[in-house]
Design a binder for this molecule. Structure first.
Ligand SMILES: *[C@@H]1O[C@H](CO)[C@@H](O)[C@H](O)[C@H]1NC(C)=O
Ligand SMILES: *[C@@H]1O[C@H](CO)[C@@H](O)[C@H](O)[C@H]1NC(C)=O
Ligand SMILES: *[C@@H]1O[C@H](CO)[C@@H](O)[C@H](O)[C@H]1NC(C)=O
Ligand SMILES: *[C@@H]1O[C@H](CO)[C@@H](O)[C@H](O)[C@H]1NC(C)=O
Ligand SMILES: *[C@@H]1O[C@H](CO)[C@@H](O)[C@H](O)[C@H]1NC(C)=O
Ligand SMILES: *[C@@H]1O[C@H](CO)[C@@H](O)[C@H](O)[C@H]1NC(C)=O
Ligand SMILES: *[C@@H]1O[C@H](CO)[C@@H](O)[C@H](O)[C@H]1NC(C)=O
Length: 355
């Protein structure tokens, strides 16, 4: 009788011990484990390895897409959408076209997040003539109802026109040195953006867009454009085979993309995203531009070439259709149902001092 009890105790002890060892090794492998003893309540839990998490220096923006109760909008369809354009990339990032989003719904979602959208433009030399139309049209169409902070880099702060800004919208003018070659202005931009994000925007803005100034807004550009890393499909190449893209084709440059590779050709005139992602983009492009410069090689389209290389290796999480950077308000193309943002007509020879 006693002997039997002792054996049972021994067997139970053995089972408990092997269970413990199994548990220990499972835990060490960070696997999902099931505990079936009553003590552990038949629940399953995942062992999360302890790690030192550094508090991010960027403002945290990733929150749920909360919708307001009772909001009325058209029923979304799982079957019907745009059929003349692609609205998703092969890596499952949305491509934003007219008809792929509901402005009322998307504004309602993002307005709850009390966002600040930093927006940068560079206006050097004769490009200061574009500032007024850019800012005035932005007041009409760009993130209307959101907090927008424009950062204008210029070598002539005195020639920045007076533009009446709405509530929650502001303009900061930053003086930069004059550069003569437009190629140098373009090269210098990435470094200025990198420093601005580090020194001014961290803790202030949630998203940043970097836009060309020789442009105007003609239609809505709003919260549908927000994403972690956002690129715009270039208006001249959205329907071209990739071997015709004007990527840098010399292997000596860090912007090199060989024939047979590439997704889309992205415009250098507009890109954006969260501070962390755009900071990494500008830092990488600045480093690569500098390394190329040391080797005396200048990529065929300077920062646009390096941007395209970055986006090939670090896929954007959202793409904007060429509606968001069109050729000009008077130019048409079948898939373009609305022009939101476009180049303004200009005489390159006149505004580029060395064209
Ligand atoms: C559990 O793992 C630790 C180290 O991960 C080891 O030192 C210990 O001996 C293990 N215990 C058992 C009962 O296997
Ligand atoms: C242990 O629990 C898991 C998860 O609840 C269950 O799937 C499994 O069948 C259980 N095993 C036994 C032996 O009760
Ligand atoms: C078992 O788990 C359930 C759900 O997680 C919990 O409500 C309950 O209090 C637990 N019981 C014991 C004895 O831990
Ligand atoms: C946390 O930040 C400190 C100082 O900025 C740095 O030295 C350390 O490597 C960081 N740790 C991790 C895990 O990123
Ligand atoms: C919204 O953000 C602004 C600027 O970051 C801040 O001053 C304001 O207090 C915030 N409002 C709310 C309701 O959180
Ligand atoms: C400006 O922002 C505040 C919140 O910080 C908001 O209550 C107010 O409605 C905004 N004004 C406009 C015109 O969007
Ligand atoms: C930052 O860019 C580098 C390329 O220079 C890339 O390897 C890295 O994954 C990027 N990091 C993030 C967080 O995007």
């Amino acid at each position: 009788m006693h002997r039997q009890n002792f054996l049972i105790v021994l067997v139970l002890f053995g089972m408990a011990l092997s269970g413990l060892i199994y548990l220990n090794s499972s835990q060490n492998n960070n696997r999902l484990i099931y505990l079936n003893s009553s003590q552990n309540n038949n629940s399953c839990y995942q062992h999360i390895p302890e790690q030192v998490v550094n508090k991010s220096k960027w403002k945290q923006t990733i929150v749920g897409l909360r919708s307001s109760p009772g909001l009325s909008y058209k029923q979304p369809s799982a079957l019907v959408g745009r059929t003349d354009v692609a609205s998703v990339t092969p890596w499952s990032a949305p491509i934003i076209w007219e008809g792929t989003f509901d402005a009322t719904l998307i504004d309602s979602i993002y307005k709850q997040q009390n966002l600040t959208i930093a927006t940068t433009v560079f206006a050097l030399g004769k490009y200061t003539r574009f500032i007024k139309d850019f800012l005035e049209s932005a007041e009409q169409h760009y993130f209307v109802g959101f907090r927008v902070h424009f950062y204008l880099f210029t070598d002539q702060p005195e020639s920045v026109p007076e533009v009446k800004m709405g509530e929650n919208r502001s303009l900061t003018v930053l003086k930069v040195q004059s550069l003569n070659r437009w190629q140098d202005i373009s090269m210098n931009r990435m470094e200025k953006l990198e420093k601005l994000i580090e020194n001014e925007l961290a803790g202030e803005a949630d998203y940043v867009f970097c836009l060309d100034v020789d442009t105007m807004f003609y239609g809505r550009w709003g919260a549908e454009s927000l994403g972690r890393l956002v690129g715009v499909i270039h208006p001249w190449f959205f329907d071209a085979p990739r071997d015709q893209f004007t990527y840098e084709r010399r292997p000596e440059s860090l912007a090199y993309i060989p024939a047979g590779e590439g997704d889309y050709y992205y415009a250098g005139a507009a890109f954006g995203g969260t501070l962390e992602d755009v900071h990494n983009l500008t830092k990488t492009c600045r480093e690569h531009l500098n390394i190329d410069a040391v080797k005396s090689i200048e990529a065929v389209w300077q920062e646009e070439s390096h941007l395209n290389k970055y986006f090939l290796l670090n896929k954007p999480s959202k793409l904007l259709s060429p509606e968001y950077m069109w050729r000009g308000i008077n130019e048409g193309a079948a898939p373009i149902k609305i022009v939101r943002f476009a180049n303004v007509p200009k005489n390159y020879a006149e505004v580029r001092s060395n064209a």
